[in-house]
Design a protein around this ligand. Structure first.
Ligand code: UP5
Ligand code: MG
Length: 192
């Protein structure tokens, strides 16, 4: 496990809610290290000689959740390497078993920053991004699958933390700057 004074914030929300966008703002203003589980998986997929490349590509295209051993190992390694005491863990945990395993084997989270966004808004954003992103999952078929997995499998993780009183919800429907203003309020309140 990492040092007990490590501050970990889980950044959750549906596909295209704006998790990565807002994390970039928080890195600039609060010195967090930002680790997106999806980005780490895509990097592993592209790493020459990775034994998981094919598997990760298939799971991501289908919007399915990669076996947690792979994702947790990538996150844990990146956290040890970063040697920071403040992390934003973006897009993880998205399944209950991952949440329990990560908090037992790596470190407990301080709270959850949940970006709430209506599906039609996320759809619009992802289709637009898909024009240039090159992501294998930014197409209508994959997006629909990602939405279903979010609702059926990932949302229960948010409810689990809600029951513990650990969820701070930010509505994502406004422009990026207004969403960030709300996000900052949450961070100031939770960190000070
Ligand atoms: N945008 C952002 N905010 C906006 C705003 N307020 N107004 C207008 N536009 C806004 O934003 C998406 C787009 O919207 C961008 O073009 C942005 O400019 C615009 P972004 O910040 O990228 O949103 P984000 O929530 O980060 O969306 P992302 O697509 O990254 O979310 P996902 O959760 O779907 O993707 P992730 O990379 O986390 O995971 C991808 C896949 O990896 C998963 O489906 C799964 O197959 C796999 N995975 C696992 O298996 N296990 C894991 O633990 C994690 C991922
Ligand atoms: Mg993202």
């Amino acid at each position: 496990p990492l040092a007990d004074d490590t501050t970990v914030v889980f950044v959750l929300g549906g596909p295209g809610a704006g998790k990565g966008t807002q994390c970039a703002n928080l890195v600039r203003d609060y010195g967090f290290v930002h680790l997106s589980a999806g980005d780490l998986l895509r990097a592993e997929q592209n790493r020459p000689n990775s034994k998981y490349g094919e598997l990760i590509n298939t799971y991501i295209k289908e919007g399915k959740i990669v076996p947690m051993e792979i994702t947790i190992a990538l996150l844990h390694a990146a956290m040890k390497e970063a040697k920071s005491s403040r992390f934003l863990i973006d897009g993880f945990p998205r399944k209950m078993d991952q949440a329990l395993k990560f908090e037992e084997a790596v470190v407990k989270s301080k709270f959850v920053l949940y970006f709430e966004c209506p599906e039609e808004e996320m759809l619009k954003r992802l289709l637009k991004r898909g024009e240039t992103s090159g992501r294998v999952d930014d197409n209508i078929e994959s997006i629909k699958k990602r939405f279903r997995v979010f609702e059926d499998t990932s949302y229960p993780v948010i409810e689990h933390y809600q029951d513990q009183g650990k969820v701070q919800k930010v509505s994502c429907k406004q422009p990026i700057a207004s969403v960030y203003a709300q996000t900052k309020d949450v961070i100031e309140k939770e960190l000070h």
